[in-house]
Write a protein that binds this ligand. Structure first.
Ligand code: PXG
Length: 295
């Protein structure tokens, strides 16, 4: 595996950052998880825009511009023959001293890792996920806004620990008002009476790239606009269908929450149709990276 680290491709063994990197010391940085399908990078510019917005929000100057970043990603895919894989793009605040002050870190560290993707096991897509509600609240947009994809994931990790300890697949995170924000690494949707709902970004949801794709698919195949509204646990209990979306998970059904079954405890037809349409879409668009191959 060849990893891009600050302008050079290095082996896994050589791919190391300093103990003085503020990404390690403080979780000070931003990241993206991106997919490749059939030799093409899916929604690359959308991911790069979100990275730029996250970086701008924490006053982090990206070490290279959009064009160079794009090319470094495509080259990482080429060198790792990443036809169907996962790219982790990480920008940390870089080397500094043992103090919070980010202005003492002269240059951000850029890391691009090309890896094989590990989805949920296939059975989960047939059976659906069992969810719990996390006691850990989603970060308040007024403290660490979940709309920024920062390296600071302890909030999500604490909720994930709750799910694992409860023997369940995933945790739903609520905001301070008690409304559903999202899951630990995925957005959440419900279907009820033919309408589609997802929490707004203001409720503490990331503006997921997959979430946007699903909105497009709902419009195209169901002729509906997804409604961004505050959702309660009761809305999930009483939904016809529920599913999660994310770069790693794609579209995955959820069939129970806190021991209450959702939609009869089985993945619904609408969710299954969206899973199929999503799979088809990923196979026909994206930025090709293999030399001599057209889009
Ligand atoms: N919410 C959160 C908090 C996320 O981290 C999503 C929603 C979905 O967004 P996209 O753009 O991927 O549709 C994410 C992104 C993991 C993992 O290992 C998941 C994400 C990022 C990093 C790791 O499950 N999901």
């Amino acid at each position: 595996m060849k990893i891009f680290l600050d302008g050079k491709f290095v082996s896994e063994n050589e791919a190391k950052v300093s103990v003085f990197d503020h990404g390690l010391l403080y979780g000070d940085g931003v990241f993206e998880g991106i997919r490749t399908y059939d030799g093409r990078v899916f929604r690359l510019d959308e991911h790069l825009s979100r990275l730029e917005q996250s970086a701008n929000s924490i006053l982090l100057k990206l070490p290279v511009g959009r064009k160079e970043m794009r090319e470094a990603i495509l080259e990482t895919c080429r060198r790792n023959h990443l036809r169907n894989g996962y790219i982790r793009l990480v920008v940390t605040r870089g080397l500094g001293s043992l103090g919070l002050n980010p202005f003492q870190c002269p240059k951000a560290t850029l890391i691009i890792i090309g890896a094989k993707i590990s989805l949920y096991p296939a059975g989960v897509y047939r059976r659906g996920l069992d969810l719990i509600t996390a006691v850990t609240q989603r970060n308040s947009p007024r403290s660490l806004n979940p709309a920024m994809k920062s390296l600071n994931y302890l909030n999500n990790i604490l909720a994930k620990i709750e799910a694992v300890q409860a023997g369940k697949d995933e945790a739903v995170m609520l905001n301070a008002e008690g409304y559903v924000a999202e899951c630990t690494g995925d957005n959440l949707f419900v279907v009820k009476g033919g309408s589609f709902y997802t929490p707004p970004v203001s409720a503490g949801a990331l503006q997921g790239i997959t979430r946007e794709v699903v909105k497009e698919l709902v419009k195209e195949h169901f002729g509906r606009m997804v409604q961004e509204v505050n959702l309660t646990r009761h809305d999930l209990f009483s939904a016809d269908e529920c599913f999660l979306t994310g770069t790693a998970a794609e579209v995955v059904p959820a069939v129970s929450l806190d021991g209450r079954s959702i939609g009869g405890g089985k993945p619904g037809d609408t969710t299954r149709k969206l899973m199929k349409k999503f799979a088809l879409l990923t196979r026909r668009e994206g930025v090709p990276f293999e030399k001599g191959r057209k889009a």
